[in-house]
Design a protein around this ligand. Structure first.
Ligand code: ZN
Ligand code: ZN
Length: 360
């Protein structure tokens, strides 16, 4: 089968032939129908997440189960089911899983796992246990979540990473209430989905911030009431839109100390800063000790939207199905696998929203 591979840190991804292992007990084989190109895949390519190579990219996807392992599906899924892949399937046994925090499962967090081999015989690894920018994956059955067969595959794919992350950050981590003001910094796929979720939560105003003026129309289509180009005056501009106070919530979707600092300054006294972006180990955030006390702000991170995908993803699928959640503004490019390397280039330049690879 064909898959998008990166051979070493900072090399250009390319399509290669890969042989997957046979389906083992407790596993399923899924034929991928649609897979998103997510910023975390770029973090695999540029080495921020230090995976093993050669690496099959991709972790945001939907497909159809085509084979179940020797033990059978265990009642969870069956051949023919449409499923969304879950890159952080909780073990349900560790301390965090048994204390209502499955997104912090002790078994999760590894950037790559060994699976498959190239035509040359060299062993390959898969991103976040999945490797979903590929025609097929072989994964544990608890890493797939069934969704209705009539859910469009491109939208279904987004539920597995960008949308679960964004809606969880808004509704669970930050717990945004109707009428609160929200500023979202960094408008890639997750940032745009966060605008969408903030609007759906009744937030007002919903302010989108990005370095690129070209994101204005995407931001407004995704649910922003206002758009600001990111610069040193952004926190002041946010105060101007929020009664002079600053936003009740700032949600940072970049993962850089500069934008986390900007999010902090754009938030009102007593407000909340939620960091969704995944940054680098050596990028240090500097806050004044007096400012921390005086501002009375809360700074927290949102891992996988503080969500339980088995519980929350079917609810999102239902919301798409009944029309209450419209994700179509988030997808700017529908492309074949061969065009995926260009999508990485566009993403590294900060262009567009989500590119989704279609396999049908
Ligand atoms: Zn992702
Ligand atoms: Zn666990």
């Amino acid at each position: 089968m064909k898959a998008l591979i990166v051979s070493a840190t900072k090399e250009q991804p390319h399509v290669a032939d890969v042989v997957l292992p046979p389906v083992g007990p407790g596993e399923v084989r899924v034929r991928i129908r649609a897979a998103g190109v997510c910023h975390s895949d770029l973090s695999m390519v540029n080495g921020t997440l230090a995976p093993s190579y050669p690496l099959i990219l991709g972790h945001e996807a939907a497909g159809v189960v085509v084979e179940v392992g020797p033990e059978g599906p265990g009642g969870r899924v069956d051949v023919g089911d449409q499923v969304v892949l879950n890159w952080a399937p909780p073990c349900r046994e560790c301390w965090h899983c048994t204390h209502g925090e499955p997104w912090l499962c002790a078994e999760g967090g590894r950037p790559s796992a060994p699976r498959g081999r190239l035509a040359s015989g060299e062993a390959t690894h898969v991103t976040l246990g999945l490797g979903a920018l590929a025609e097929e994956v072989v994964v544990p059955s608890h890493a797939v979540i069934p969704v209705p067969a009539d859910l469009p595959a491109d939208v279904a794919a987004l539920l597995g990473c960008a949308v679960l992350t964004a809606t969880g950050a808004v509704n669970r981590t930050a717990a945004v209430h109707a009428g609160e003001s929200v500023v979202v910094i960094g408008l890639g796929g997750v940032g745009l989905a966060t605008l969408n979720a903030a609007r759906a939560a009744g937030a007002d105003p919903v302010i989108g911030v990005d370095l690129s003026e070209a994101k204005r129309d995407l931001a407004l289509a995704a649910g922003a009431s206002h758009f600001l180009v990111s610069d040193d005056g952004m926190p002041k501009a946010v105060r101007g839109l929020t009664g002079g106070r600053g936003a009740d919530h700032a949600i940072e979707c970049v993962g850089r100390s500069a934008t986390i600092g900007a999010a902090w300054r754009a938030t009102r006294r007593g407000g909340q800063v939620t960091v969704v972006g995944m940054g680098a180990r050596d990028d240090l955030v500097s806050l004044g000790a007096l400012d921390i006390f005086h501002s009375a702000r809360t700074l927290r991170s949102s891992v996988y939207g503080s969500s339980d995908p088995d519980r929350d993803l079917p609810a999102l699928a239902a919301a798409v199905g009944d029309g209450s959640l419209d994700l179509t503004p988030l997808i700017t490019d529908r492309i074949p696998l061969e065009a995926a390397p260009d999508a990485f280039t566009r993403m590294s330049r900060g262009e567009g929203a989500r590119s989704v690879v279609l396999f049908d």
